[in-house]
Design a binder for this molecule. Structure first.
Ligand code: 5AD
Ligand code: FES
Length: 347
């Protein structure tokens, strides 16, 4: 282990800040990874102890009007059978989830205009009145500011919208021409202004991403200071233009998770399904590198395979209860414990 780097890691952990060059140094030097992961773990434990928060993920539609080049449910993919859950199907997921101890429901979907503001507000209000001790997180992509406001007024608490990459040129390589980083960051700022707890994040190892981009993503997060940060490896999907690109590495993803913990100590950081997909122990390793959230799938089993953002996604054949038990075992084996409160951010 080199002292130069351990000192640098200590400095970042103490100051919760770093320069781009310092971040690049840590990302490119592999020698001190374990030291970095331990520091991140230590910092997380100072704030959240051994607690790991549970979020029940309900993937309620795989229709999407966008054509992001990396994503398996892009509009241009005609090989995917599309589905939408009805209000009562969504409520059934919540009922199952509530019984299993979930106190946050994450409603995630493609950008699907079929669900009007009125429909979504009605669903949100019903969930909030049936389960008033629960938080609702939305992950619906970009919508109008007026729509964000309505969803918040209806009772939604949090909103996840990954920025995907903070470099505008890189952004245009991952997305079609009608999408821009500016629109995305404007949405993030507006969501926060409205009062949502907001999540940003990015993929590690996405096509054309450089080490410099990764450092920029971390600095973007540091500056934006989100309540939540979603980070997972890019995994190619066979029906996308980026099917030939290689997946993001486990090591780089863990380093990004750990550095995010050092830069934004209080943020809520999931150990993602994508991490569990590229390595059977991926989610345990994520927790040990500073993550403190797990998001078991609550979607009805018959639809899970259809929500394939990337190939070989795990958990597509498991019932909600199995995922809940499986994740609890994993959390315990990593040395942590699951807590079943709402788990609001301390940011
Ligand atoms: N590999 C990994 N993550 C992906 N996402 C979309 N497609 C892929 C892929 N091929 C991520 C994006 C999006 C989130 C819901 O899933 O970052 O924001
Ligand atoms: Fe779904 Fe392990 S989390 S089976």
């Amino acid at each position: 282990m080199s002292t130069k780097y351990t000192e640098l890691i200590d400095k970042i952990a103490t100051e919760n800040n770093a320069t781009k060059n310092e971040l690049i140094e840590i990302i490119t030097n592999h020698e001190n990874d374990n030291y970095l992961f331990d520091k991140a773990d230590e910092l997380r434990q100072k704030i959240y102890g051994k607690d790991v928060f549970l979020r029940g993920l309900i993937e309620f539609t795989n229709y999407c009007k966008n054509n992001c080049l990396y994503c398996g449910i892009r509009m241009g993919n005609h090989n995917v059978e599309r589905y939408r859950l009805t209000k009562s199907e969504i409520l059934e997921c919540c009922e199952t989830g509530y019984k299993l101890g979930f106190r946050t429901f994450v409603l995630q979907g493609g950008e699907d205009l079929f669900y009007t503001d009125e429909m979504l507000c009605d669903i949100i209000k019903t969930i909030k009145s049936d389960y008033n001790d629960c938080a609702i997180t939305l992950s619906l992509g970009e919508r109008s500011f007026d729509s964000f406001q309505k969803l918040y007024d209806a009772g939604a608490d949090r909103y996840l919208l990954r920025h995907e990459t903070s470099n505008p040129e890189h952004y245009t390589k991952l997305h079609p021409q009608n999408m821009s980083l500016k629109t995305r960051t404007d949405c993030l700022l507006e969501l926060r202004r409205i009062g949502f707890q907001v999540g940003a994040g990015f993929m590690v190892g996405s096509p054309y991403q450089t080490t410099e981009n990764l450092a920029e993503d971390l600095l973007f997060l540091k500056d934006f200071n989100p309540h939540m940060v979603g980070i997972g490896p890019f995994i190619p999907h066979k029906d996308t233009p980026y099917k030939e690109y290689k997946q993001g590495s486990m090591r780089d993803t863990l380093v990004m998770v750990a550095l995010t913990r050092l830069l934004i100590p209080k943020t809520l950081l999931p150990s993602t399904t994508a991490l569990g997909t590229i390595n059977p122990q991926g989610r345990e390793m994520g927790l040990k590198a500073g993550a403190n959230v797990v998001m078991p799938n609550l979607s009805p089993t018959r639809f899970r395979e259809l929500y394939s953002l990337y190939d070989n996604k795990i958990c597509t054949g498991d019932e909600a209860a199995e995922c809940r038990v499986c994740l609890e075992k994993r959390v315990i084996s990593a040395g942590f414990k699951i807590v079943t409160n709402r788990g609001d951010s301390k940011v």
